[in-house]
Design a binder for this molecule. Structure first.
Ligand SMILES: *[C@@H]1O[C@H](CO)[C@@H](O)[C@H](O)[C@H]1NC(C)=O
Ligand SMILES: *[C@@H]1O[C@H](CO)[C@@H](O)[C@H](O)[C@H]1NC(C)=O
Ligand SMILES: *[C@@H]1O[C@H](CO)[C@@H](O)[C@H](O)[C@H]1NC(C)=O
Length: 199
C-alpha cells in the first residue's frame, strides 16, 4: 500500500508532465468494456497496453483495483515487473489468477473466480512504464443466482393429492362419529345410572 502510494504519486506527476508527449503513444485498452456474470461463476478480465517494438520494459508497474462505493480494493499489483501478492486486498484473496506469461505481450489477464455480487463495479488497471502512464477501465456486473427454493415442483399429481385429501376428510368424519357416539353412549349410561336419584 505504502509503496504503491509513493510510486502512484510519482506516476501522477510524470503523467502530468508526460501527458502531452506520451498520452498518445502509451495506451491501456480494455478488450471488453463491460462484463456480465453470475454469482459463484468466474470471469477473465483483460487489458492491453502498448509494448515496445524492440525488447521489453525495464520498468513495469501495474495496479488493478475494483472501485467500490467507498473504497478501492486491489486485486493485482506488479512492481518493477514482479507480482506483489501481498498487496492484494483480502476481498480477492485466493480468487485471482494472473497470466504472467502474457505480460510481456502487453496483456494483463486476470481470472477472477467464485464471483460475489459485491465484485460488481468498475475495474481499473493503472500501468506505468518508462514510456508513460495510462489506465483502462471496464465494468463488471455480477448478478445473484435465483433462489433454489422458488421453483418447487410438487412430487404428487393432483389426482393423488385430492385422493389423499378426501382420505383425510373421511378419516376425520369417522373419528368424529366414533367420538360422538362414545360420548352419547357414555352420557346415556351415566344418566341411566343417576336417573333414579334425580327424579
Ligand atoms: C488500443 O485501441 C486502439 C483503438 O482500438 C488501437 O488502435 C490500439 O492498437 C490499441 N492498443 C493496444 C495496446 O491494445
Ligand atoms: C446487471 O445485470 C442485470 C441482469 O442482467 C440487469 O438487470 C442490471 O440492470 C445490470 N446492472 C447494471 C449496473 O448494468
Ligand atoms: C456459492 O458457493 C458457495 C460455496 O461454494 C455456496 O455455499 C453458496 O450457496 C453458493 N451460492 C449460490 C447462490 O449458489
Amino acid at each position: 500500500m505504502e509503496g504503491r502510494g509513493s510510486w502512484c504519486s510519482q506516476c501522477v506527476c510524470s503523467s502530468l508532465s508526460l501527458s502531452v508527449s506520451s498520452a498518445a503513444t502509451f495506451v491501456v485498452n480494455v478488450t471488453q468494456s463491460s462484463y456480465e456474470a453470475e454469482e459463484n461463476h468466474s470471469i477473465t478480465l483483460e487489458w492491453t497496453f502498448t509494448t515496445r517494438t524492440q525488447g521489453s520494459y525495464r520498468e513495469l508497474f501495474i495496479v488493478c483495483s475494483l472501485l467500490a462505493p467507498h473504497k478501492e480494493l486491489d486485486l493485482y499489483e506488479v512492481h518493477e515487473g514482479v507480482e506483489i501478492p501481498e498487496s492484494q486486498d483480502e476481498h480477492f484473496s485466493g480468487r485471482v489468477q494472473s497470466d504472467k506469461d502474457v505480460l510481456r505481450e502487453g496483456r494483463i489477464r486476470l481470472h477472477v473466480s467464485r464471483l460475489r455480487t459485491e465484485d460488481s463495479g468498475l475495474f481499473v488497471c493503472y500501468v506505468k512504464t518508462e514510456d508513460g502512464f495510462n489506465s483502462g477501465r471496464c465494468r463488471l456486473n455480477v448478478t445473484a443466482r435465483r433462489s433454489h427454493s422458488e421453483p418447487k415442483t410438487k412430487p404428487e399429481t393432483t389426482n393423488e393429492t385430492s385422493l389423499r385429501k378426501w382420505g383425510h376428510v373421511v378419516a376425520l368424519v369417522v373419528v368424529i362419529a366414533v367420538l360422538s357416539s362414545c360420548y352419547l353412549f357414555y352420557k346415556k349410561v351415566k344418566t341411566g345410572e343417576h336417573n333414579p336419584h334425580v327424579l
